[in-house]
Design a protein around this ligand. Sequence first.
Ligand code: PSV
Ligand code: MN
Length: 397
Amino acid sequence: MLTSQQTELALKALDNFTIELPSWGFANTGTRFGKFIQASAATCTAEKIADAGAVHRFTGCCPSVAVHVLWDFPNGLSDVAGLMKTASEHGVRIGAINPNVFQDQCYKNGSLGNPDPEVRKQALSHILDSVEIQRATGSRDLSLWFADGLSYPGTGSIRARKGWFTDGLKTVHAALSGNQRMLVEYKPFEPAFYATDIADWGMAYIYSKHAGPRAKVLVDTGHHYQTQNIEQIVAWLLAEDMLGGFHFNDRRYADDDLTLGCMDPYQVFRIFHEICYFTWETGKAPDIAYMVDQSHNLKNKIEETIQTSNNAQELYLKAALVDHAQLAQYQKAGELVDAEECLRTAFFADVRPVLREWRKSKGLAEDPMAAFRESGYTRKAEQERAARNQGAVSSYA
Ligand code: PSV
Ligand code: MN
């Protein structure tokens, strides 16, 4: 049972914790080996936004949708007004803008790191167009992920590519204004298997520092080597005021894009703990964009998203409930067992009652998953979208 002081703290923590959903999490996407079609999946951007809106209606904590420029704005700026209207009709807003410089044929040898100056120019121009979209949607964050890298030793100049990236990212930074930020995401491998141009947080940090103060690092929880200590990276980035956001997902082997917390909830808790501990210690709430980036290929997409936001809220709450003053004391005194148990006590606390209380106070159903299932949303979506999704199977086969 939580004390009344803990309950108050928990309710406040939940009020300040929102999670952005990815538009691409609602369409039929798959692995490299197969795509398992769901009849209820979104078949266009408006439906993706409608599905994100449904998640927000039931959870009350997912008010924005990240979009991918090529997939959601095929006509660029002229799509903006329509999508913003759709978003507001579904009770959400457009969130981070993700340029796409990895899909076109010209990007085989990279985008900003391509040895061909014409391709670098094309990539830069797409990113700058994305900044215009960001401006038009009023989105704060431009979220940058690059598939660039080398797959075979000796096939490119690692230092030259670093230089091209530095210049490109500086130019992107110069185009930003107002409250706009750029988030630089890293990933150790895939699709490049020898030397990825932004392979780890150190590289993302250095590029961001060269680019300018609006550039921050984005931590995708799946983008690390086995056993890497992600919360330590988070603590360092916080200390350097360089943590811009997260892409949430879980992994067991590589970038598996599984449901957040399904494999290692303790790690997610430890990441949140570093953030809550930092906030307690400094009295400053860091400006972090919490976003989901998962592949929903097996579970019902909306249900998996509700499950994800619920996992995130529970784990965040546990971290918020750590007795920071007590922990600091144990750490100072070198009381190792007590310090560790202080963390574990918070991790094992049952926060579900207070989460239900928060939902009730917001006029939400106490169990969003049950409420979503009862709403008949999936059945209706199946009826409306099945034929269009069937088309997706035959064109894939
Ligand atoms: C790449 O693996 C990534 O994590 C990037 O964030 C992309 O934007 C996203 O997945 C979707 O492809
Ligand atoms: Mn990502």
